[in-house]
Each structure stands twice: as C-alpha cells, then as structure tokens.
Design a protein around this ligand. Structure first.
Ligand SMILES: [Zn+2]
Ligand SMILES: [Zn+2]
Length: 174
C-alpha cells in the first residue's frame, strides 16, 4: 500500500487490511506457515512529521529447533513510528527532539510504502531460535526419538569435555 503523506489532512488516514503472505518471503525456513495477517493502523499529521500507529494480529507456525515439531502461535504486536522526509544531507541533531522516544522511518518523496514495514514486523516476530516451549527436551542425539514423548536407554556422553580438561590439569587422569 502506498500512502501520499501530503494528502493527509486534519483527519488521520486509516487503513485496515487482511493479508495472505507466503512465509518464504521472510527467508526463515523455521516459519512454515503464516495465517491471515490482520494489519491496521492510522497515520496522523503532527505538524512535525507524520505519526504512524499500527497493529498486527496473526498466527505463525514455527518449527521447534530442538524437537522439529511445528506449532502454531498467535502474534499480536503494535508499532509506532515517526515518519520524516528523507533529506539528501540530514543535519546532525536536527530531529533529536522528535526522535528521542520514537522509532523514525524516513520517507522518500512523500510516499510511504507500507509493504516493507509489514515484512519487517513479521521478521521481527520470528525468534532467533524458535522453540515449541522453553522446556522442550528435544530429540535424542543417538536414536532420534522425541524425548518429549518417549524415553530411550541411549547413553549420554559420559564425561563433559570441560571436566576431563580439568582432570588433566590436576594430573588426576588415570
Ligand atoms: Zn520442541
Ligand atoms: Zn535415544
């Protein structure tokens, strides 16, 4: 969606859309599915720039990086951005006051493209290492069973390598 900021008058510009987005666009293989993304917000002319307030609601299905099970999770996030015109040579400190508490997004030629903002938000909501839950026991490295479901008799590596290094130091190695 392209918004002409100079056409926004006293009334804020409002939008509301429902988007179907292919997870592959995020380039994160852990994201196997994205539900319909409800994306809405307002843009208000504050006199010293435009203020964008937006909200996203959707469901994302991520692959747990320990047990490899896909699980859906609801996401609900809000964003607030100050939109400022992009200048050829921004003067240092010029926007300090406005930028103090707000994220700033620079807009070229008075036209805001909301698409990159949307994709950026989707990406921000994918954890670095997605887990189905914090306590996920993962897969057994020996036999590959899901240790959340079953147990096995595979032996854990007997000695932590850090301990054997310590033993070496102390000369206790047999
Ligand atoms: Zn898991
Ligand atoms: Zn095992």
């Amino acid at each position: 969606m392209r918004v002409h900021l100079d056409r926004i008058g006293d009334e804020p510009f409002r939008w509301q859309e429902e988007r179907q987005i292919e997870p592959s666009i995020l380039d994160r293989p852990e994201v196997v599915h994205l539900g319909d993304v409800a994306w809405r917000g307002t843009i208000t002319d504050t006199g010293a720039g435009h203020l964008l307030k937006g909200k996203l609601d959707y469901q994302q299905t991520l692959t747990c990086q320990r047990c490899l099970v896909d699980s859906p999770k609801p996401v609900s996030v809000e964003l607030e951005l100050l939109l400022l015109p992009e200048r050829d040579e921004p003067t240092e400190g010029e926007f300090e006051l406005e930028a103090e508490d707000l994220d700033v997004h620079y807009v070229t030629e008075g036209i805001l493209d909301t698409e990159p903002l949307l994709f950026e938000q989707l990406l921000l909501n994918v954890p670095m290492r997605p887990l189905c839950r914090e306590a996920c026991a993962g897969l057994c490295p020996e036999c590959g069973i899901d240790r959340n479901q079953e147990s096995c008799d595979c032996l854990e590596p007997a000695v932590d390598p850090r301990w054997s290094a310590l033993r070496d130091l102390r000369g206790l190695e047999d």
